[in-house]
Design a protein around this ligand. Structure first.
Ligand code: GLN
Length: 475
């Protein structure tokens, strides 16, 4: 069997109806990876033996009459989410050889739901980047054009799903890392509201921004995964004790009657004209299907990149302190004392972009500069949040581009960090404000590259977003 276009929904139905077994399905995923990944490089590690064992257990359970929402479905997982017994390198040399001693909460939930874990997907080192070129191990290629990047930081997950090497995958999104690679590769990516999904066991980048979410072929598949992933976790104090929506039910309802806000600051010159043409056409389709369009304003948009890169690097500098060669990670050989041990372990273990961010983050937190940078950024973050809450008084959701360009060529932006950072302009605001957001495929450029449209919803109003996204997908 082939899994190229196989959706999660169809896989679950096929397993239920015993059209194929989990072992057969898992073997098909492994065969496809063997066939394609030599060209795409989406996976860092493939756990063929472990996956087939889990699949056999799932098949036995089903034969004994058991059922579970994802029983026997193989999934791919970004390499910073712990899966017990599998490597978890965060695409960094500093964690080379590290094997997870425990499951993240999201992993445990998927495992309880019956999922099989087939492999670990590539990413920018510690999720810092937008192209997956920042991996210490390999460059992942865009399945639509191998000379182009898949986006990032969850570029391996996006390329695996869009390239037919995975049925569905998990990513994480701190400033766009689910949505932007979904846009570049042409799959569906959903960033849940901050506090909806547990981060316990997920390597922290910027703790006030990080969220885990699904990367899938359809909105329905995202709903099926969210139903398993969402909810309060006593191990993550930021998860909210709120009822989890019925995501599948939320997909009904249709476009008619929805009020879509178009933030005027997101529709200015500067973005690629083909991207803007496709995004505007997507908005027009929604309007023709009965949605009402309203112009809204997010006046503090121009500060978003600065605020994000101060807060994210500040939090990263604190979170990454644990990788010191003692508690975790690579340890330098023959240290001359404890300072030399820390300094050389970190110098040898971290890549350039991670070091740049630790230095930036340490600087903005240092005494004398804290008020001028970090303190100021927190205040502007509050203003950005207020912009959104005022906008959501006037509409149910926002529609915007995901990224200002389609997938660019490998090497094109890698040497210019600032250029790379500016590409995050449309995505970082959702993280700063705790919003939920989709990237949905909305067409291809004349050169055949996929482009995504972003739908943003108020925190914890995920039902309205699944309704709009499903309606848009049907269009
Ligand atoms: N590109 C952004 C950054 O480099 C977002 C990354 C992410 O969401 N993990 O920080």
């Amino acid at each position: 069997m082939r899994i190229d276009d196989l959706t999660l929904a169809v896989a679950v139905e096929g397993l239920k109806a015993k059209e194929f077994s989990s072992v057969e399905l898992t073997q098909a995923v492994l065969d496809t990876i063997a066939e394609k990944d030599g060209a795409i490089h989406a996976y860092l590690t493939v756990d063929a033996e472990g996956a087939l064992n889990q699949a056999a257990v799932a098949d036995q359970a089903r034969a004994a009459g058991a059922d579970a929402p994802l029983l026997g479905v193989p999934l791919a997982v970004k390499d910073l989410i712990n899966v017990k017994g599998q490597p978890c390198t965060c695409a960094s040399k500093i964690l080379q050889g590290y094997v997870s001693p425990y499951d993240a909460t999201v992993t445990a939930k998927l495992r309880t739901a019956g999922a099989v874990f087939c492999g670990r997907t590539n990413m920018d080192e510690f999720a810092m980047g937008s192209s997956t070129e920042g991996s210490a191990y390999q460059v992942t290629r865009n399945p639509h054009d191998p000379i182009r990047v898949p986006g990032g930081s969850s570029g391996g997950s996006a390329a695996a799903v869009a390239g037919g090497e995975a049925i569905a995958a998990l990513g994480t999104d701190t400033g766009g890392s689910i949505r932007q690679p979904a846009s570049f590769c042409g799959c569906v990516g959903f960033k849940p509201s901050y506090g909806r999904v547990s981060r316990y066991g997920v390597t922290a980048y910027a703790s006030s921004l990080d969220q885990v979410g699904p990367m899938t072929k359809t909105v329905r598949d995202a709903a099926m995964l969210m139903q398993v992933l969402a909810g309060h976790d006593p191990h993550d104090g930021t998860t909210q004790r709120l009822p989890v929506p019925d995501y599948l039910a939320a997909m009904e309802g249709g476009m008619k009657g929805l009020k879509i806000g178009l933030p005027k600051e997101y529709y200015v010159d500067g973005a690629d004209p083909e991207v803007m043409r496709l995004v505007k056409a997507a908005v027009e389709r929604c309007s023709a299907a009965g949605a009402e369009l309203v112009e809204v304003s997010l006046p503090h948009t121009e500060y978003a990149i600065s605020v994000y890169y101060i807060i994210a690097t500040a939090e990263a500098s604190a979170n990454l302190a644990r990788f010191d060669g003692v508690r975790y990670g690579h340890r330098a050989a023959d240290p001359e004392g404890v300072f030399d041990l820390y300094a050389r372990s970190r110098a040898e273990g971290f890549g350039r972009e991670v070091k740049r961010r630790i230095i930036l983050g340490t600087y903005v937190l240092s005494s004398g500069y804290y008020d001028a940078y970090y303190g100021r950024a927190q205040k502007v973050r509050t203003l950005i949040r207020k912009d959104f809450s005022e906008a959501f008084n006037q509409c149910d959701l926002l529609m915007t581009p995901v990224a200002p360009t389609p997938a660019y060529k490998i090497g094109e932006a890698a040497d210019d960090p600032l250029k790379m950072y500016l590409g995050d302009i449309f995505t970082v605001t959702a993280n700063l404000a705790g919003l939920c957001g989709f990237s949905l495929p909305c067409g291809n450029t004349s050169g055949g590259l996929p482009v995504g449209v972003q739908m943003l919803g108020a925190p914890f109003r995920e039902e309205v977003l699944f309704r709009a996204a499903a309606a848009f997908e049907r269009l």
